[in-house]
Design a binder for this molecule. Structure first.
Ligand code: FAD
Ligand code: EPU
Length: 346
């Protein structure tokens, strides 16, 4: 375990909000994590594992221990049918995607340029351009923080859903992810189902072409956190009953929507926010991104309060205009525990 002298969290989360923690430590193994949880000095304090902080909003200073997950290592084995990757939780997701594509192990190309650590990828079942982590995940290895017990959870038991998994529920706070197992079939099926990728011919397209196109589109639409602080989509795309969608389609025939397996519909939160005329809307240093209304950005020295007020205004206006409640995708941290927009603003 390494203990850092600094207390500012600005370098460790992509929103770039100026907040501090009481302690910042680095875990390079499952043993480090358990040692931190058992350390006398930290015993009574709240603790939070952080990968690259790209899905986090610190609503205030953190009154506890931030544990940076830096567990490294990639092991690759193969069978006649597939490549199998066992990846340490602290590895960088995009670097992994890039190296698999470059080394002719396709399957992750649609998930290019998603910031964060490999160990965070199962938590919200990261997804983009028609593919979700669940499509390639074989297992997730976890350590129980209070006992040090290691166990393997098969993908079929991870309760993966849209931006959801068991790690946000039953295993939250009690278990840390230490490694992820991925399976990439050698017979590759390109996935070009998502709008902007439909231009490709599935018989001729290569994984590298999809990788490069996904990177190009993402760089066009999404702000680079190194330039403008943000945490990606701030809200989830809301899922509504088919009757609600039909009612909205009467008034807004061009509204994008996607049918789900159970007959409900996923709406595009970015479109709803855009229709409220909120692109560019600003509260203090926080702003609705001009190119993608689903992203809230730190336009310059934003405080957490600015972001929270802006998010509340967005929720209010979308509710007023469409009768749809937006739920934030970004995880909110209060001084000692996770919180929600409604709780912080009450
Ligand atoms: P963090 O933000 O550090 O942590 C997220 C949560 O997981 C926290 O609650 C943390 O405590 C917990 N956690 C982290 N590591 C562990 C661990 N080892 N064990 C247990 N708990 C842990 N997401 C998508 O799904 N699709 C996208 O297309 C996408 N695009 C994005 C674009 C941008 C520009 C940005 C900034 C974000 C985007 N995101 C996207 C969100 C983000 O990239 C993902 O949620 C990512 O998986 C977060 O990884 P992280 O390491 O930064 O997690
Ligand atoms: N749209 C607008 N105006 C906007 C933004 C979007 O009209 O300002 C419309 C688009 O024209 C399109 C629809 O809304 O018709 C959907 O937009 P887009 O394809 O950009 O995707 P999204 O729903 O905004 C989701 C994910 C992203 C993921 C992309 C690509 C969620 C919450 N977001 O965004 O994930 O990269 O699809 O698959 O599901 C993230 O989770 O952080 C994230 C960036």
């Amino acid at each position: 375990m390494k203990v850092l002298q600094e207390r500012s969290l600005a370098p460790f989360h992509t929103f770039g909000i100026e907040v501090t923690a009481n302690h910042i430590v680095v875990a390079e193994s499952a043993e480090d994590l358990v040692a931190i949880w058992q350390d006398e000095q930290y015993l009574a304090l709240p603790k939070l594992i952080v990968g690259q902080g790209s899905n986090l909003l610190f609503c205030e200073d953190y009154a506890g221990v931030i544990v940076l997950n830096r567990i490294a290592g990639i092991e690759i084995t193969e069978t006649a049918e597939s490549y199998q990757l066992h990846v340490g939780a602290g590895e960088d997701w995009h670097q992994l995607v890039r190296s698999t594509v470059e080394n002719k192990m396709p399957g992750l190309e649609n998930l290019a340029l998603i910031p964060g650590c490999v160990g965070s990828s199962p938590i919200q079942n990261i997804g983009a351009y028609g593919v979700e982590l669940k499509d390639v995940c074989q297992y997730v290895d976890v350590v129980e923080l209070n006992t040090g017990k290691l166990s393997r959870i098969l993908a079929s038991d991870c309760q993966f859903g849209y931006r959801d998994s068991i790690f946000k529920h039953a295993l939250k706070n009690t278990h840390a992810i230490v490694a992820v197992g991925l399976k990439l079939p050698k017979v590759w099926q390109p996935n070009v189902s998502y709008g902007p990728l439909m231009q490709f011919n599935t018989d001729t397209v290569t994984a590298l072409e999809i990788f490069e196109e996904v990177c190009r589109i993402r760089q066009q639409k999404l702000p680079d956190p190194n330039v403008l602080g943000n945490a990606g989509s701030f809200f989830k795309n809301p899922i509504v009953a088919s009757a609600k969608r039909a009612q909205l389609m009467m008034a807004y025939p061009n509204m994008p929507s996607y049918e789900m397996a159970d007959g409900s519909y996923k709406l595009a939160a970015g479109w709803l926010i855009d229709q409220c005329g909120l692109k560019g809307y600003q509260v203090g240093g926080a702003k609705v991104h001009e190119q993608q209304a689903l992203v809230l950005v730190n336009y310059g020295q934003a405080t957490a309060r600015d972001v929270l007020k802006l998010a509340s205004e967005v929720v209010l206006q979308v509710k007023d205009k469409f009768g749809v409640c937006l739920e934030h995708e970004v995880r909110f941290m209060a001084a000692a525990q996770e919180t929600k927009l409604a709780e912080v603003m009450s």
